[in-house]
Design a protein around this ligand. Structure first.
Ligand code: NOJ
Length: 742
């Protein structure tokens, strides 16, 4: 045998072996793509919003011009549209139906920011699991969630939909949601394909104004904004969505670096990348393309597989191929990703939705999980010994405030399918569950959160003045947060503060319960109150959950997933900031400056004269009805090499009277590095249960990989040197230990 024929033989053997090993799904995709016309391929890349059984939709389906439909939730219509796709098109490729199922479908769970306050991934996973059961019964197999944008600006309305300010907390809670939506097997008919969104940096919008520009250096992008997305890839998220913003001038829908270099090449992602609603087209107003055709070209080059309501692909890709500006191979790549997701969902074998005979909505299990989620999502900010309500000393309880009985508002933003008539409000729950034990009196005082009409306040006060305790349910209506609902002033709207002042004047103890889509600036309100609970928008079961907490059937265990500023001018304010060359100390506030003082900067440090250097409440903060004491930190090594593990541990004792849960947090600081590092970074947390009087040891394992950061050469590195470490109740407290990495 000649050398050449030997080589040919070897090559053939290798090729046969490879072919034999080829993933059967990939082989089916290849086969299908080989049969598809260019128009059919482009059709798969087109996502349209539902229009029922309109003639136009039917025609488009029959022409193979649609790959996915969003916002169609009648399962009969879904099945009929699917029938047309499967039975009346040449290749019978099934559609995929999508919807924003963000924190519940019918049974609404707390807004994601609230869920993040639970610091309990089980809560997020269970909630997403219930959402999947309920949404798939309506034909939905693809949700546009979780939203894992790091959010450090409470003016941004979408902070409600986020998991807060921290990359690790967001990664863990986001991955849990992905698992909950998708279950163990995506082809199970009750599994929902998740969508990690918005890729990327959307939460960094300037001034917290939605859709706004972002400036994010690569090091910060990788340290802060990308880890949650990498975690979603690792958790198996079936799809990703582009963000609306531009990053350093390049909109995400046309961002080759983000979508190709990082998502596809670096992370090896093989799921679907869908644009946001018309975000391909919106590259025109962004000013980076001149027309829709250029937009289609740029997005395809940036590896965006599906065009959501932008009509760029369906109108221009064919032309672009014919002109040789893009290749059919590029299109095949995207179609492959889309078909792969459809195969993974089992849609080729099982395209139709089985319409359940018994309603799958609001099951006992769903409501119990929603209640538990709302309990764990609530953060106790202050308690002057007033909570839980002392049944011995209390006869009459006044339930007042605009959120005390606001069934729609307690559901929060992004609840297309939620039904306010199924909400149990705090007033309803308190009356039904505690009405026989206490005398419950109520008067909203303000009809809604923005109500400025003070006439009702007097009525509420007259009801409240005879009570032993006043429960003031304040906050924001659902419509004040969410997409495109950003605020420059994040104090409590309307006449709520005036109402609180009037209630305070009765001399009765006041508990403020804030039900809101964002952290508000509530310094004055907290000061005026004897106790304060931050409940976010808690969903369908917010009322019973809050009643459980207020009356002591449950003990608060939530911790803040975001910093609460004292005032808007402090923003951006987040715990993981840099130290600066003049870290805050020797703080002299505005009123202590002598009149006529001369200009001086010597000794001055980094803070605001009118706010100091601290927020109102730090990230990770949250009280309990019990007390937890933390023992001195133990660190397994004071010197460790790069490949050694470091064990950091501490004993936590519940020294109070209540069995309770505590979120134990691990923070680290890299003291000296080639790039300035944050003063603390969360590296781990554990939510533990402790009986009154019980002590538990909590251990964390640190490896050098967790201690690294991205440098300006775009490399993830861990540098030797001293690290400080804390195990603490929040991001500000605790005694630092330290170790050296060599
Ligand atoms: C726009 C939003 O930014 C996105 O999060 C959502 O999934 C889509 N609209 C679809 O509703």
């Amino acid at each position: 045998m000649t050398k050449r024929s030997l080589f040919v033989l070897l090559l053939a053997t290798v090729l046969i072996a490879c072919n034999e090993k080829k993933d059967p799904t990939e082989a089916k995709i290849d086969e299908l793509i080989s049969q598809m016309t260019l128009q059919e391929k482009i059709g798969q890349m087109n996502q349209l919003t539902g229009s029922g059984l309109s003639d136009d939709m039917k025609t488009q389906l029959k022409n193979g011009a649609v790959g996915s439909i969003l916002n169609e939730t009648d399962p009969e219509i879904v099945n009929e549209l699917q029938r047309i796709a499967v039975e009346e098109t040449r290749l019978g490729i099934p559609l995929i139906f999508a919807r924003d199922v963000i924190h519940g479908f019918k049974t609404i769970f707390p807004i994601p920011l609230g869920q993040a306050a639970s610091w309990n991934p089980e809560i997020a996973e269970e909630g997403a699991g219930i959402s999947a059961i309920e949404a798939t019964a309506s034909g939905i197999r693809w949700t546009f969630a979780p939203m894992i944008d790091i959010s450090r600006d409470p003016r941004w309305g979408r902070i409600a939909e986020s998991l807060g300010e921290d990359p690790l907390l967001t990664s863990i809670m986001g991955a849990a949601m992905v698992r909950g939506f998708q279950g163990d097997d995506l082809s199970n008919p009750t599994s929902l394909a998740a969508c990690a969104k918005h890729f990327a940096g959307y939460g960094a919008a300037e001034a917290g104004k939605d859709y706004n520009t972002t400036w994010i250096p690569e090091t910060q992008l990788r340290d802060v904004y990308l880890p949650s997305f990498k975690a979603a890839v690792d958790a198996g998220a079936a799809s990703f969505m582009c963000s609306f913003n531009d990053i350093n001038g390049v909109p995400s829908s046309g961002n080759i670096h983000l979508n190709d270099d990082i998502l596809r090449k670096e992370w090896g992602y093989d799921g679907v990348l869908v644009s946001d609603w018309a975000s391909i087209e919106q590259m025109i107003p962004h000013g980076v393309v001149g027309d829709l055709k250029e937009a289609a070209n740029l997005s395809l080059t940036a590896k965006v597989d599906m065009d959501m309501m932008g009509f760029a692909y369906v109108n221009h890709l064919e032309e672009l191929v014919k002109e040789g500006k893009i290749t059919e191979k590029q299109i095949d790549e995207s179609v492959r990703n889309i078909l792969r997701m459809k195969f993974r969902l089992g849609l080729f074998d099982n395209p139709y939705t089985k319409i359940p005979v018994i309603s799958p909505f609001y099951s006992e299990d769903a409501l119990a999980k929603a209640r538990k989620a709302a309990v764990e999502s609530t953060v106790l900010l202050k308690n002057d010994g007033i909570l839980p309500i002392d049944a011995e000393k209390t006869k009459t309880i006044a339930v007042v405030g605009p959120m005390s009985d606001a069934p729609a508002d307690q559901l929060g933003t992004w609840i297309f399918d939620g039904e306010p008539e199924r909400s149990i409000t705090p007033l309803m729950a308190i009356k039904s569950e505690y009405g026989s034990k206490f005398n419950i009196v109520s008067e909203k005082g303000l009809t809604h959160s923005r109500d400025k009409n003070e006439a009702g306040i007097a009525k509420a006060v007259s009801v409240a003045k005879n009570a032993d305790i006043i429960l003031f349910f304040a906050g924001e209506e659902a419509i004040l947060s969410g997409e495109a609902h950003c605020l420059a002033d994040i104090s409590l709207p309307g006449a709520q503060t005036k109402m609180l002042e009037a209630l305070k004047k009765t001399g009765k103890p006041v508990v403020i319960i804030i039900m809101s889509g964002r952290p508000n600036t509530i310094e004055k309100e907290v000061e005026l109150s004897d106790a304060a609970l931050l409940a976010f928008h808690g969903g369908t079961m917010a009322g019973p959950a809050l009643a459980d907490l207020i009356f002591g059937a449950e003990v608060p265990s939530g911790k803040l997933p975001v910093t609460i500023p004292k005032m808007v001018g402090q923003i951006p304010v987040y715990y993981a900031h840099k130290n600066t060359g003049r870290p805050a100390k020797d703080i002299v506030l505005i009123d202590s400056i002598p009149v006529g003082a001369g200009q001086t900067s010597l000794g001055n440090t980094s803070y605001h004269l009118d706010a100091g250097d601290k927020p109102l409440f730090p990230f990770g903060y949250g009280l309990s009805y019990t007390e937890f004491s933390y023992s001195t930190l133990k660190i397994s090594k004071t010197k460790a090499s790069m490949n050694e593990k470091i064990i950091v541990e501490c004993d936590i004792t519940n020294s109070g009277k209540y069995d309770a849960m505590e979120v134990v947090q691990l923070y680290v600081r890299d003291k000296v590095a080639s790039l300035a590092r944050p003063i603390r970074e969360l590296k781990g947390f554990q939510k533990i249960s402790l009986k009154a009087g019980e002590t538990k040891n909590v251990k964390f394992e640190l490896t050098s990989t967790e201690l690294g950061f991205w440098n300006t050469d775009n490399k993830y590195i861990t540098e030797p040197g001293e690290f400080q470490v804390w195990i603490s109740k929040d991001s500000q407290s605790g005694e630092a230990g330290s170790f050296w990495l060599e």
